[in-house]
Write a protein that binds this ligand. Structure first.
Ligand code: ADP
Ligand code: MG
Length: 821
């Protein structure tokens, strides 16, 4: 043998790259002693060679025939002969699951002699006629690209009497099939079983490169150079008798995650019939004979424990004997993934295995209401997409269109979900923005008032939808030649920036399920990390706590913007001395309810930041810093810091004084600044610290930590600084999506921690270890990828602050990273 093939018995099931998923699963089940029809695998290397050389690799055909002799010995059957003929299935199976993308041929090996022998062995000529017709159709379709198996063949098979003489039956059916094929493509199926076998194997190789397989791989990011393995396996027959059949079963419900077998069985059928949908299958738990069902159940339990995951299993029953034909990890909904992981962990599966198949992205999906993907696809295709703006705050919401904030509030108070459409928003719109499910503006970018406030509120928002014309007097919104009236249903996707006409079915979030709570508790235990959540309104606090937040972070400017004090704040900043006292009052007033809600937890408050790239428009940066240039440096106007400290101190006292509160100032980069800040905080009862945003600050983190209670490093700001990009460009899809697609950057600064930044972060991690009296952590923005979570944990960080919606995904990602998943 030239070593291109491996039998199920001798193959190493771990070698998925070579055996493909299907081959590896069959080898594993065979070696576990399950009833698997004997067979072998042609490795992916043979396929790669075939595709490169455009010819069957040397020695493969000989090896295939040698394996055939072994299969005959193993089964006691003869290929292309009697007394009991050996029929084969030739199946594709890539290293990565590509369900239904490539070809399979069943019932291969039936020449006239074999047909007669099989009829004798089974006593059923109609069964044989059925196999002949099925084989011919599958071979014609997959090897010869025929389209239509030919009308009338089914009827011809139906008309065969089981007791008929099989020779003439074979001749009749074969001739009819051949005629139909000749009419269709002018081709002919070889009647020599060995030629059929080689033709089928080549067809499976070729199926790797069909258009649909390539499209599937492009869509799922699967490399095109893996190649497929080919499984050659002896057939069992679910279409042999009434106590035969075929089915597919999941070891748990893949939609809800509920435990218990979930699947379908079709008596008197071959596997393809279940998929073809021409007959309706029955639930396995009802249709299988009790002893077969028992065996299936026991085996599924064993297999699931063995694989450490929920499985999707194809099986066939031949005369009451159960055969296993395929096993793989089951595809599942996000909701099922969460439930299953929690259940597997509580059933005693090691945590690193239970967490393997649930991802931060799935957590995001279950905790947020969302549209049905298929429905959105149809809406795009069906002309319901009105326009695409800039996604400013993610979320998928439907509601009635309203054009002003008063009406938005009225409608929302009456219990109607609304989408607020404005040319732009201003502080005067705040009540409407708080009331609305979603906000869309015609102008403005990712740092406009609408965008910043929506992010602070966590409200779905699209800005800069420049094609919409909001006509407040006519009470309409025009988009191109379409006109929507106020009250019309629309839908908004705050991630993609799309605005649709009409509503979508929206899933309700399953965030608060017990399963998710359990799972996150386990993940948090595994990582030992504290994740703090960003909140802006008192109502956010309970939600953050439910999500497992170890504390809260917030910002003075966000809180004042979200409580309607933006104009007052800007006026105070523009004014002189006494304006600042007003800020203390506002802080005292608006932070009291937040600190009340926070109870005895930690609350980190970021001081007003006039230099932030994101605050340019919101805080009228240019006007304020032109008038008071000293506000451009972190501690340029100590009175502003003192006002916030005293406001917080009052709020703390008024709220009962239980929370641990600190005020952190952005952009410190020098220990002298940190010491000056500590002096300001002295005696106020409020801790102080730094939000580091610069490489210099990161490098000096140790000395800065010495003089403070907390240090946060803002990863996005430091990434932006290292890339020399404005920080706001790291908040949106464009321009970076397009730029990355052109290959202009080797790393996406929104999702990956650049190596240059990792070096800086290492200094901060050292500071965390060296200064135990100071709480040192990372402030992360946007979605945190699993990869980034792993990198940061690896650097030694154990304390993080994120946007509220990212709390659960990050807790999970850190747990997975800690367990090496
Ligand atoms: P896919 O990758 O599209 O699932 P498969 O190779 O699994 O294709 O084949 C599809 C179906 O064909 C299987 O589910 C099974 O029912 C049937 N089948 C495949 N091999 C055999 C076999 N050796 N005996 C009986 N049925 C088989
Ligand atoms: Mg299959």
């Amino acid at each position: 043998m030239t070593g291109l093939t491996l039998t199920f018995t001798e193959a190493d099931p771990a070698d998925v790259d070579r055996l493909g998923g299907k081959g590896a699963g069959l080898a594993r089940m065979t070696q576990q002693g399950l009833r698997v029809p004997p067979g072998y695998v042609i490795g992916t290397d043979a396929c790669r060679s075939y595709l490169a050389e455009k010819a069957v690799p040397g020695g493969l055909v000989d090896e295939v025939f040698a394996r055939l002799t072994e299969l005959e010995a193993a089964t006691g059957k003869a290929f292309g002969g009697g007394p009991v003929p050996l029929l084969l299935s030739v199946r594709s199976g890539a290293p990565v699951s590509m369900p239904g993308m490539m070809d399979t041929i069943l019932n291969l090996g039936l020449d006239r002699g074999a047909a007669v022998a099989l009829a004798e062995a089974t006593g059923d000529a109609r069964f044989v006629a059925d196999l002949v017709a099925r084989f011919h159709a599958m071979y014609a379709e997959t090897v010869l690209d025929a389209l239509d198996p030919g009308a009338g063949i089914d009827a011809l098979v139906e008309a065969v009497d089981p007791g008929e003489d099989a020779g003439p039956v074979y001749d009749r059916v074969w001739a009819a099939c051949e005629q139909a094929l000749a009419d269709d493509t002018g081709d002919s199926v070889p009647d020599d079983p060995r030629a059929q076998l080689v033709g089928a194997i080549e067809a499976v190789f070729r199926s790797w490169n069909t258009r649909r397989a390539r499209t599937y791989r492009d869509h799922h990011g699967i490399p095109h150079d893996l190649g497929t393995a080919v499984v050659v396996q002896s057939m069992v027959f679910g279409n042999l008798s009434a106590d035969s059949g075929s089915g597919v079963v999941f070891t748990r419900n893949p939609v809800t995650g509920e435990p218990g077998l979930f699947g379908e069985y079709l008596a008197h059928s071959q596997g393809e019939d279940v998929v073809a949908g021409t007959r309706t299958p029955d639930p396995v738990t009802e249709a299988l004979a009790p002893d077969v069902l028992d065996e299936l159940r026991t085996t599924c339990d064993d297999l699931e424990r063995n694989h450490g995951d929920v499985l999707d299993i194809e099986f066939t029953v031949e005369r009451s004997a159960l055969y296993f034909l395929q096993v793989r990890s089951a595809k599942r909904t996000a909701e099922a993934a969460v439930r299953i992981a929690a259940d597997l962990a509580s059933e005693g599966l090691p945590l690193e295995q239970a967490l393997r198949h649930v991802t931060p992205a799935q957590i995001r999906q279950v905790q947020r209401p969302g549209f049905d993907d298929a429905e959105v696809e149809r809406a795009r295709a069906g002309d319901r997409l009105l326009t695409t703006g800039i996604g400013a705050c993610p979320g998928q919401v439907s509601g009635a269109l309203v054009l002003d904030s008063d009406r938005a509030k009225e409608q929302a108070d009456a219990g109607r979900p609304v989408i607020l459409a404005r040319p732009v928003t201003s502080p005067a719109d705040l009540h409407g923005m708080i009331a609305a499910q979603g906000i869309v503006t015609a102008t403005g970018g990712s740092t406009s008032h609408a965008a910043v406030v929506a992010r602070a509120l966590g409200t779905t928002c699209v800005v800069g939808a420049s094609e919409i014309v909001v006509d407040e007097s006519a009470r309409t919104v025009r988009v191109g030649d379409r006109t929507l009236a106020e009250g019309d249903e629309v839908s908004l996707d705050g991630a993609s920036g799309e605005l649709f006409a009409g509503g979508f079915t929206t899933s309700t979030p399953a965030a608060a399920t017990a399963a998710l709570g359990e799972l996150l508790g386990l993940a948090a235990g595994a990582s030992g990390c504290a994740v703090l959540s960003r909140v802006t309104l008192p109502a956010d606090v309970a939600a953050a706590r439910d999500a497992g937040a170890a504390g809260l972070v917030t910002a003075v400017d966000d809180v004042l913007a979200a409580t309607g004090h933006l104009d007052g704040l800007v006026a105070s900043l523009l004014g002189d001395g006494d304006g600042i006292d007003r800020i203390a009052d506002l802080v005292a007033q608006e932070f009291t309810p937040i600190l009340e809600a926070a109870g005895d937890g930690e609350v980190g408050v970021r001081a007003i930041d006039l230099v932030a790239d994101e605050a340019r428009e919101l805080l009228q940066q240019t006007a304020v810093t032109t008038r008071h240039p000293e506000l451009s440096v972190p501690l340029g106007r100590p009175a502003l810091i003192e006002a916030q400290l005293s406001g917080l101190a009052r709020a703390l006292a008024d709220s009962g004084g239980r929370a641990t509160v600190h005020l952190a100032v952005r952009h410190l980069s020098d220990p002298a600044e940190a010491r000056a800040l500590r002096a300001l905080g002295e005696g106020t009862g409020i801790g102080v610290g730094a939000y580091l945003t610069s490489p210099r600050g990161a490098l000096g983190a140790g000395a800065i930590a010495e003089a403070g209670d907390v240090v946060w490093l803002e990863v996005r700001a430091v990434q932006a600084a290292m890339f020399g990009l404005p920080a706001r460009q790291l908040l949106t899809a464009e321009p970076l999506d397009g730029y990355l697609a052109r290959g202009m950057l080797s790393c996406d600064p929104r999702t990956t921690v650049d190596p240059s930044v990792q070096t800086l972060l290492a200094h901060v991690a050292d500071a965390a270890a060296a200064v135990p009296g100071c709480r040192v952590g990372l402030r992360l923005s946007g979605e945190v990828s699993q990869e980034a979570a792993g990198q940061l944990l690896g650097l030694g960080f154990r304390r993080f602050a994120v946007d509220a919606a990212e709390t659960r995904p990050l807790v999970l990602a850190l747990g997975r990273a800690a367990l090496g998943v």
